[in-house]
Design a protein around this ligand. Structure first.
Ligand code: GLP
Length: 241
């Protein structure tokens, strides 16, 4: 696991965006794995700015998002579909049938999980997967205790994860209780992984990730079993290293 420490979140955004742009330009058609949450928002802003200024094209790019809330319609303001549309896809020249996000409003969720895995395989797997990290070490929505062999599945969200995401919702009761997420094995199947962390609230998780053992109670530690993982973190997130 390679650790790259940058001074602040802005530098993290620039570094990650440059890395993605280089892949898109040099390795078409790239299959990108995207994440949601607060952490990647600045990276998506950088990609949009670059597309406007330099014309980097995403017409050939295929994308897969890590996760989606169960029970929200795709056009719900807090769905990850809406998150990705408004922050990224609406502003790039992506082709809509090449952007994939699990359907959290599917009537048969197990079938949807299976379908999602098949789609990833059909495109030959993910070249670069972006990841944030939860304070409890979750990646995607894989909470502590999730099997490292897991594929895309439905999870019950912990209270701590629901609280951490509360700022995206008007009222606590609106935060969904379940989500569909790519599993840990699905994430580890990506050829390259870039985990991002900014701010002091991630410092304990980053220290445990870098210095701690591989442990199912800390899902991100599964990344130690992958041969091409970069942890890109700012100084605040690295303060306990
Ligand atoms: C959410 C998302 C994760 C994300 C994590 C951290 O629960 N499902 O994919 O990495 O929490 O979020 P943030 O970047 O807002 O701290």
């Amino acid at each position: 696991m390679r650790v790259i420490q940058v001074p602040n979140a802005q530098e993290m955004n620039r570094w990650a965006a440059a890395h993605i742009i280089q892949l898109v330009q040099t390795q078409p058609p790239s299959v990108l794995g995207f994440a949601t949450g607060s952490t990647p928002e600045g990276i998506y802003r950088e990609l949009v700015a670059d597309h406007r200024q330099n014309g980097t094209s995403y017409k050939e790019v295929v994308t897969f998002n890590l996760d989606e809330y169960v029970g929200l319609k795709r056009d719900h303001p807090n769905s990850y579909h809406t998150y990705m549309q408004t922050r990224l896809f609406d502003h790039l020249d992506c082709v809509s049938h090449r952007t994939h996000i699990p359907a959290g409003d599917a009537t048969d969720l197990a079938a949807e999980c299976h379908r999602y895995e098949q789609q990833i395989s059909r495109y030959g797997g993910i070249d670069l997967q972006l990841l944030g990290i939860g304070r409890n070490g979750h990646i995607g929505f894989n909470e502590p205790g999730t099997s490292f062999d897991s594929r895309t599945h439905v999870v019950k969200l912990t209270e701590s994860t629901r609280n951490a995401n509360a700022h995206f919702f008007q009222r606590k009761e609106e935060i969904p209780t379940h989500a569909i997420t790519m599993g840990i094995a699905s994430i580890l199947s990506s050829r390259q992984i870039l985990l991002l962390a900014a701010g002091h609230t991630k410092a304990e998780a980053i220290a445990r990730l870098i210095e701690g053992p591989v442990d199912a109670d800390f899902p991100a530690s599964a990344l130690k079993q992958h041969s091409d993982v970069t942890v890109l973190a700012d100084e605040s997130a690295c303060q306990h290293l």
